[in-house]
Design a binder for this molecule. Sequence first.
Ligand code: URA
Length: 239
Amino acid sequence: MRIDKMLANLGYGSRKEVKQLLKSGAVKVNDVIVKDAKQHVDPNKETVALNGDVIEYKEFIYLMMNKPQGVLSATEDNSCETVIDLLELEDQVYEPFPVGRLDKDTEGLLLITNDGQLSHRLLSPKKHVPKTYFAVIDQEVTDADVRAFAEGVTLDDGYKTKPGELKILKSGLRSDIELTITEGKFHQVKRMFESVGKKVVYLQRISMGPLKLDETLELGEYRELTDEEIELLIEYQVK
Ligand code: URA
């Protein structure tokens, strides 16, 4: 790729500003000053340095966030903070976006990437990627609910869901459950419980396909996926 494009992509300025940088002699490729904005570099093989500091280039970025309540799973919004606002600027320059949506009041695992193809495949209804949620329900959850979810339940708009796997962790005046679903209809978990007359009072996503929420991440924190997690995701989406 062209050196000016690479530097601009990484957030070192507009193409024009980057041209100035190059002109000033601040950029070296393999220890040789490069002033020509049109020069091509292979960021995987050649070392590019700016003012002596080696620049790390990657095309794609893959982040796992423990989404807190109160922020939107969107890239921008006029009135509300988004998950992208929570990222460091050095990660924002990759222009990542959340893969799918969690409600404003839902916490937990959110994948954020700029890899459109991966995102598209993970969200494709044909892929049936399982997503597991932990939830607290406002009343007793019963074996009848487990059976109803296993059959598929009818939502308020008449849509019959695909089977969901409901596990009761604790049943009582409030119940703790885990629910695995393979679709992503709007407010799906909340509406599935509404269909059996119950209310979700807390919702957290704990896994998506092969990815599990890293429990060492505090709410609002994020980290890059490990190489192993990226491989798992890539293997998963080509299946
Ligand atoms: N189901 C919901 O109801 N909300 C979410 O955020 C995710 C799944």
